[in-house]
Design a protein around this ligand. Structure first.
Ligand code: AMP
Length: 174
């Protein structure tokens, strides 16, 4: 890809609250070539996996596209109260407060390998929560793929401590 994909990430200071430097991916996904490039790059990490999980909401954008590109099934990991069937849930810590992720139980056979996809890796709390939820469902999270990472927030060591051995892939260089 010749164009600098970082130029397609819009920086919005103080959103959604003061002090947060929000990385807005909407210019990148509005560029069909760039969006397609990123999804194809993430698809390269699916060689040894059975399913692609996306974290609500922006993770869905990339994960479902990768699912279509690879023919591997899509698992939505949702915020609490959104899924209609029987669910399992995992609460995790955010920078301020707590959040809960849910997925349907009993749909995917035990032991299947899963790539977990989201747009931005910030503190890593959401990623760890999603992987722990998959483990609770007796699935095997094998790797993460993010469009981009905010390296100063220490997510890599947080993930390594909680889930040793899980690979972390990012598409955009800092
Ligand atoms: P974290 O759990 O801190 O790694 O946060 C990751 C989740 O929050 C991802 O689903 C991101 O979409 C979102 N997120 C956190 N920080 C940012 C940010 N600075 N810009 C855009 N999205 C963010």
């Amino acid at each position: 890809m010749t164009k600098d994909l970082n130029n397609l990430i819009r920086i919005i200071p103080d959103f959604p609250k003061p002090g947060i430097i929000f990385k807005d991916i909407t210019p990148l996904i509005a560029d069909g070539q760039a969006f397609s490039y990123c999804c194809n790059e993430i698809a390269k990490f699916t060689k040894d996996i059975d399913y692609v999980a996306g974290i609500e909401a922006r993770g869905f954008i990339f994960a479902s596209a990768v699912s279509v590109l690879t023919g591997k099934g899509f698992i939505p990991i949702r915020k609490s109260g959104k899924l209609p069937g029987q669910t399992i849930s995992k609460s995790y810590e955010l920078e301020y407060g707590n959040a809960t992720l849910e997925m349907h139980s009993g749909l995917i056979p035990n032991g299947k390998k899963v790539l977990v996809v989201d747009d931005v890796l910030a503190t890593g709390g959401t990623a760890v929560g999603a992987a722990q939820l998959l483990l609770q469902a007796e699935l095997v999270p094998t790797a993460f793929a993010f469009l981009l990472e905010i390296p100063q927030l220490g997510a890599r060591s947080r993930i390594a401590n909680a889930l040793p051995g899980l690979q972390i892939h990012t598409i955009l260089a800092e």
